[in-house]
Design a protein around this ligand. Structure first.
Ligand code: G3I
Length: 315
């Protein structure tokens, strides 16, 4: 097939990539596609670098599963995005149970982020999903204990651990203009005014067929104008099953739309699928009756969405 990373790089993008997950790596037909760096020049661990997987008890770091993904990227000649340092989900109970003083939790956050970023030398989603859809700060153990201070602590620790890693804030529902995108733009201004290092915004891009936000390109440009890079970090376009020809045709258009928007803004540096095949998509496990969100189907055959990606890079 046409090779997506090769196309993206020819156009000046840094990579076209995909998420993957450790249990999937025993599937030889799957890894034959995954390991082709001309198809995927970048990978993200869907789970094995999260807090519950890396620091299950305070100060006890376990990198075995994450290292499998990091070593795979190295073997394949692929870039690696680290996902993630601070998130309200997939926390070990010693963190989510709370009960810390503010100073203690900031120390915990700094140690966690610094250790992860120091170990895996890559681009990192330093904070993930910290705002609600209405643009207010999400209420979780981090904000309830430290206010907004955990954010600067996380970014500073990450920078101290690796001066070269690109440090991102990552979220969904910020792909189009709106109050949540504005909240991130205000955060970027605030952090930069305080000298806190933030390099990028990750637009997760978990879309629904036929429901893409308008003005994705302008929204990406608005972020780039604030002095950060943008990456599409978790792209998929789900539908209510069964997948009909009409839904698959609309999905093709939707993939094309988002790829074209990134392609047209130089500061949009790369695109990552949240896994490339319906066989391993997170969607059916989370949204009952929905799925078929990826460009490869459950049998690893290409869907019309793949053509949409190719066309997005050429239009
Ligand atoms: O590891 C256990 C396993 O021991 C157990 O047998 C199995 C039974 O359900 O669960 C396994 O854990 C699952 C884990 O994935 C690893 O497969 C969890 O139940 C499941 O909830 C978890 O889902 C992940 C989800 O994040 C958690 O919120 C998805 O794989 C992962 O793709 C998804 O990724 C998130 C991004 O990190 C952030 N943005 C949204 C995106 C989609 O939800």
């Amino acid at each position: 097939a046409t090779e997506l990373n090769a196309i993206a790089q020819q156009l000046g993008k840094l990579y076209f990539g995909t998420a993957t997950d450790n249990p999937e790596l025993t599937d030889a037909a799957y890894t034959a596609i995954l390991n082709d760096r001309n198809m995927f020049g970048q990978i993200t661990a869907a789970n094995s670098m999260k807090w519950d997987a890396t620091e299950p008890a305070r100060g006890q770091f376990t990198f075995a599963a994450g290292d499998v993904i990091a070593n795979l990227a190295k073997t394949n000649g692929q870039l690696l995005r680290g996902h993630n340092c601070v998130w309200h989900q997939q926390l070990p109970s010693w963190v989510s149970n709370g009960g810390f003083s503010k100073a203690d939790l900031l120390s915990i956050v700094g140690t966690h982020c610094g250790t992860l970023v120091g170990h895996f030398k890559v681009a990192w989603d330093v904070v993930n999903e910290i705002f609600n859809d209405d643009g207010t700060i999400r209420q979780d153990v981090f904000s309830q204990t430290t206010g907004m201070d955990f954010i600067a602590t996380a970014f500073r620790a990450a920078r101290a651990a690796d001066p070269n890693a690109k440090l991102y804030a990552n979220d969904f529902n910020i792909e189009g203009p709106g109050v949540k995108a504005t909240a991130y733009q205000n955060l970027i201004r605030t952090l930069k005014s305080q000298g806190v290092p933030i390099d990028g915004i990750g637009m997760q891009s978990h879309f629904i067929v036929g429901e893409l936000p308008a003005n994705i390109k302008q929204n990406i440009q608005d972020f780039v104008n604030l002095g950060v890079e943008v990456a599409i970090t978790e792209l998929d376009v789900r539908m209510t099953l069964p997948a009909t020809a009409a839904l698959l045709a609309q999905q093709e258009k939707d993939y094309q739309t988002v790829i074209q928007a990134c392609n047209e803004v130089p500061g949009c540096i790369g695109v990552t699928l949240w896994d490339f095949t319906d066989k391993f998509s997170w969607v059916p496990g989370t949204f009952a009756g929905q799925g078929a969100a990826c460009p490869w189907d459950e049998n690893l055959a290409l869907k019309p969405a793949f053509t949409g990606i190719v066309n997005g890079f050429s239009s």
